[in-house]
Design a protein around this ligand. Structure first.
Ligand code: F6P
Length: 607
């Protein structure tokens, strides 16, 4: 480990650590079924040895050393760390145009070494390999987690229950290509023979946020603009009837194709919106089952096929399947994203998005720790949250076209890691799962940045691009609007790290009385991702980086990042209330008696 932090000696216990692996060597080409059995191995050891709390990662030597190391880091200001050129020269990673600068993290080169030790102790590379090769690592649902297979080349092989899933993925991609080209060429038309030019994608959560993020990226991307000419894509997610009104008020149903995206095909909000859209079509074109067969398509899991058929959809031609090994929040690369996006922008552009994600998958599987962008981001996430105790973090894209990325990350990360139960069946006694929020810059600077600079410290991810999708330069000015935007992208991380001392404020001529209000403590961590340009490919890269960051953190914390029992509960809770409301609607004098007086009172007030 490099000697950092002003030459101070670390007060860490003398614990022997195994030598580091410099290359994870997951091996992208390595496609046989993984044999690590990392979940079951731990569980059987646990049963044999009694008290499961002793298996918590916080009891490992590697974790304890990091805990001690944190005290050392608390003594060092980022302002000083940033002056160390050896450190800055080592605290960046680069892959396929993506440049990650993590020198503004409250970490030294020694911190990185210790995080690498922790990653090794937690068998991070084996867990990544298990995920990518189809081991059933979603152990509460007994499912594989294979969103990486959704962007694998046709020639790759990944097996689940003896089936090569990549072959199935490409069957569906081919089906989507043919169908979307048919719609876009006019060979596939609506019930009355009109061209299908409007697409309404009905879905919620993971069946909505990822595709919407990608749609927003492509909306202003030159290739996207050209491909979308003459077409319109809208998303209907909320069960609020106002969302229906806003989505389809000005559309001609005869020219509209409804895409129902729901893995389970049971989600209450989506199914109500789907029925509403079906009714809307019938109201205009007559109550004929052919109307549904020509205007409604479905993207759903294979296990929902019967439900899709019962809805009236033509499951031979208008059903685009995905599989139970694709989690909802990881489904943007499946038919859930492929179909609506290809209908609007053409299949070729969607393929570029897949290629961008695939590039990061390969990097994640094979790059050494210090060069591995998602691994570094994930391990620093663990460092910030579990050791430095930052409970929140923010995503700040300096690109308006990424306006929906923070919402997507919010679900991706908070639904994945918003848990406390470990795989050992005992609760974590360390921080797990950050609160994520964000907003594009510079807008955010004029709303919540006050808190980032002077309130609670929040680790920030700045995301920027060397070139704009559309730059503007006024006559006679050499500095473009994109340069203006990016000047802020570069300035903010330094301001957060360095802060401003009382002396610096005084030197500006501020009165003694006002100085305390203008001092910035600084020492606020951030990292910066810089990419060449926001294209479909770059969007794929960003998506995969954040998906893998989440997985890394879950693997280290020993939680299952791939189930979502909390939201499943929420889905059922509304049923009781719906029953109460229905009873009240069916009679004039029914008084609701809910499970407690406060609920009874507010429900009776509502009806
Ligand atoms: O909100 C919970 C959730 O289960 C998400 O994980 C999922 O993306 C969303 O609901 C939608 O589910 P479905 O695609 O089955 O309609």
């Amino acid at each position: 480990a490099a000697e950092e932090g002003g030459g101070k000696n670390l007060k860490v216990p003398q614990i022997h650590l195994p030598p580091r692996l410099s290359n994870p060597g997951v091996g992208w080409e390595h496609h046989h079924r993984a044999t690590t059995q990392f979940v079951h191995g731990h569980l059987s050891r646990m049963k044999a040895n009694g008290d499961p709390t002793k298996y918590l990662v916080s009891n490992t030597d590697e974790w304890k050393i990091l805990d001690e190391h944190k005290e050392e880091i608390d003594e060092i200001h980022l302002r000083d760390l940033l002056q160390d050129s050896e450190r800055s020269g080592a605290m960046y990673a680069e892959h396929d145009g993506v440049y990650l600068d993590f020198s503004r993290q409250r970490a030294t080169l020694e911190t990185l070494d210790l995080l690498e030790d922790l990653a090794e102790k937690q068998e991070l590379t084996q867990k990544i390999k298990a995920m990518m090769t189809g081991e059933k690592i979603n152990f509460t649902e007994k499912r594989a987690v294979l969103h990486t297979a959704l962007r694998a080349d046709r020639t790759e092989k990944v097996y689940v229950d003896g089936k090569n899933v990549v072959e199935e993925v490409h069957e569906v991609l081919d089906q989507i290509k043919t169908f979307t080209e048919g719609v876009r060429s006019g060979s596939i038309r609506g019930y009355t023979g009109k061209r299908l030019r409007n697409i309404i994608s009905v879905g919620i959560g993971g069946s909505y946020l990822g595709p919407e993020f990608l749609h927003e990226v492509l909306k202003t991307e030159p290739e996207g603009i050209n491909s979308a000419l003459g077409y319109d894509l809208r998303f209907l997610a909320n069960v609020d009837p106002v969302d229906v009104e806003r989505t389809c008020a000005d559309l001609d149903p005869e020219e509209t194709l409804i895409v129902i995206v729901s893995k389970t095909f049971t989600t209450a909000e989506t199914m109500l919106n789907a029925r509403t859209m079906r009714q809307w079509l019938w109201d205009f074109m007559g109550n004929d089952k052919e109307v549904v067969r020509k205007h409604i398509v479905a993207c759903a899991s294979t296990s929902a096929t019967e439900k899709v058929k019962d809805f009236g959809i033509d499951t031979d031609k208008y059903f685009f399947r995905f599989w139970d090994w694709v989690g909802g929040r990881y489904s943007v690369c499946s038919a859930a994203g492929a179909l609506p996006i290809s209908l609007l922008y053409g299949f070729n552009l969607f393929e570029k998005f897949l290629k961008g994600a695939q590039s990061i998958d390969k990097h994640f599987a094979t790059a050494p720790f210090r060069e591995n962008i998602p691994m570094i981001m994930g391990m620093l996430g663990v460092w910030n949250h579990s050791f430095l105790n930052y409970k929140t973090r923010t995503t700040l894209p300096y690109a308006e076209a990424l306006l929906k990325l923070p919402s997507h990350i919010q679900q991706l990360d908070m639904e994945s890691n918003g848990k406390t139960m470990t795989k050992f069946g005992v609760e974590a006694n360390y921080n797990v799962g950050e609160i994520d929020f964000g907003e594009p810059g510079t807008n955010g600077q004029h709303s919540f940045f006050q808190l980032l600079h002077m309130g609670q410290p929040v680790p920030c991810d700045f995301i920027g691009f060397c070139q704009s999708q559309h730059d503007l330069c006024l006559d006679g000015e050499s500095f473009s609007s994109h340069d203006e935007l990016m000047a802020n992208f570069f300035a903010q991380p330094d301001a957060l790290a360095n802060g401003k001392t009382a002396d610096e404020v005084r030197a500006e001529g501020i009165s003694e009385e006002d100085i305390p209000h203008r001092v910035f403590k600084g020492n606020r961590p951030s990292m910066s991702l810089l990419l060449p340009k926001l294209t479909a490919y770059a969007a794929g890269q960003l998506l995969a980086i954040y998906e893998h960051r989440t997985a890394v953190q879950g693997f280290i914390w020993d939680i299952n990042s791939f189930d979502q029992w909390g939201v499943e509960l929420g889905k059922k809770l509304a049923i009781d209330v719906k029953n109460h409301l229905q009873e009240a609607r069916n009679s004039d004098d029914h008084v609701i008696e809910a499970s407690n007086p406060a609920s009874s009172r507010i429900l009776n007030y509502y009806v």
